[in-house]
Design a protein around this ligand. Sequence first.
Ligand SMILES: N[C@@H](CCC(=O)N[C@@H](CS)C(=O)NCC(=O)O)C(=O)O
Length: 211
Amino acid sequence: MKLYTFPPAPNPRRLSIFLEEKGIDLDTQVVDLMAGEQFSQEYRAINPCGTVPALFLDKGVLLTEVVGIYSYLESTFPETPLLGADNLSRAEILSWDHRCFVEGFQAVAEVLRNGNKAFSGRALPGPVAYEQIPELAVRGHQRIQAFYQVLDKHLRGRQYMVGDSFTVADIAAWVFVEFSGWVKERVPEACTALTSWCERTKARPSVQLKS
Ligand SMILES: N[C@@H](CCC(=O)N[C@@H](CS)C(=O)NCC(=O)O)C(=O)O
């Protein structure tokens, strides 16, 4: 199996933390998004979506969604479960992972991709050249603030996003908080539960940025 990725980008970062937590070492090729390598013919032949991460399996199947890659790797490498140990916890963990993606990541992406000339004609990732809608950048800032409040409320009285261990729900919430910094947002001081959780998460070896 071979992983195509660009570690600094948020979706690849979710996967890097997952791999680090589980101690999985994959054959990896970096697709440099800053250099536009996702648009190269060579990469498009592998992943027509032109996104990272992507996991090419020995069976000849390509997985292009983090959640699908998680699912495959969790079954293949069951040690250190990060998707929950029972049906109910898995359902809650995946629900939070999804909320973080939709309400958190997409809000940051709305700001980044609609409020920055570098993404002109590339307002969404992928092969279609979507134009920017500046109003989405304004709305994105509001959505980020709203999602900080959601996470803060949820984390009151909790050590982790779900249950009593670190899971992909914590990974998603953490990468959202990190990614929100890219658009100069930060967790408000009044969000004390979210801030304490961030302090605990920040101390984990798996989230340390590699130089
Ligand atoms: N739904 C995909 C999202 C993948 C995605 O949007 N990746 C971004 C990096 S975070 C990308 O490849 N962007 C390419 C581009 O901006 O051209 C997943 O779950 O991984």
